[in-house]
Design a protein around this ligand. Structure first.
Ligand code: HEC
Length: 189
């Protein structure tokens, strides 16, 4: 009886051990990875727009002024898109595991126009299919990347009015709720 219990216990631990020993090499699905990264980016971007920039009001009414030319005015602070890029640049200094950027096929800043064929295809896709994301694989140089494109939506009329009135905006009829551009996240495979 005692022997049987010990044998059973040994059997169980052997099973557990062999279970633990089996290498689980499957990594995180790139889609889950980029979807999670995007969730953090979107939360930060929306919060900065709604909780900071919107509460500060139009330029000139407050001590701290969100302004495209924030560096040139004494109390200037970054617009949401500039805050987003500052984050992307800081991340680039920390890791090569992924890169991200805010882009549009109607950019105010030509630096934010798509640069690869897949970026352009992804931005066109999310603009034509509201609510959907775009995923693909592209080869740049010797490296294959998983590239995901997520819609950046006009969540506030501050978005549409500022872009529609901006002298460098190629599109002047953005409407609330529309896709204005996209977040591109790229992961080397
Ligand atoms: C006060 C003006 C202003 C507001 C408000 C604003 N933007 Fe922008 N947005 C800009 C400027 C200026 C740029 C270019 C910044 C840069 O890259 O230096 C930009 C960049 C962008 C880009 C990248 C492509 C481009 O146009 O260069 C997207 C996409 C974008 N904004 C979407 C939005 C959305 C969505 C909102 C609301 C959540 C918003 N913007 C609010 C002025 C504004």
């Amino acid at each position: 009886m005692k022997k049987a219990v010990i044998a059973a216990a040994l059997g169980v631990s052997a099973l557990v051990l062999s279970g633990c020993g089996e290498p689980e090499s499957k990594g995180i699905d790139p889609k889950v990875y980029t979807d999670s990264l995007f969730a953090v980016m979107k939360a930060d971007r929306t919060n900065y727009t709604k909780l900071v920039v919107k509460r500060l009001g139009p330029a000139g009414t407050n001590v701290i002024q969100p302004d495209e030319h924030w560096k040139d005015i004494p109390n200037g602070t970054l617009l949401p898109a500039q805050m987003f890029r500052a984050g992307a640049e800081a991340v680039q200094e920390m890791t090569d595991d992924f890169t991200y950027s805010l882009q549009s096929i109607w950019p105010i800043n030509s630096q934010n126009a798509p640069k690869t064929a897949m970026e352009k295809e992804g931005l066109e896709y999310i603009a034509a299919n509201p609510g959907e994301n775009y995923y693909g694989e592209e080869k740049l140089g010797d490296v294959t990347y998983f590239t995901a494109v997520y819609p950046d939506v006009a969540v506030s009329d501050a978005c549409t009015s500022c872009h529609n009135d901006h002298k460098d905006s190629p599109k002047t009829d953005f409407k609330l709720g529309e896709v204005m551009g996209g977040v591109v996240i790229r992961v080397p495979l």
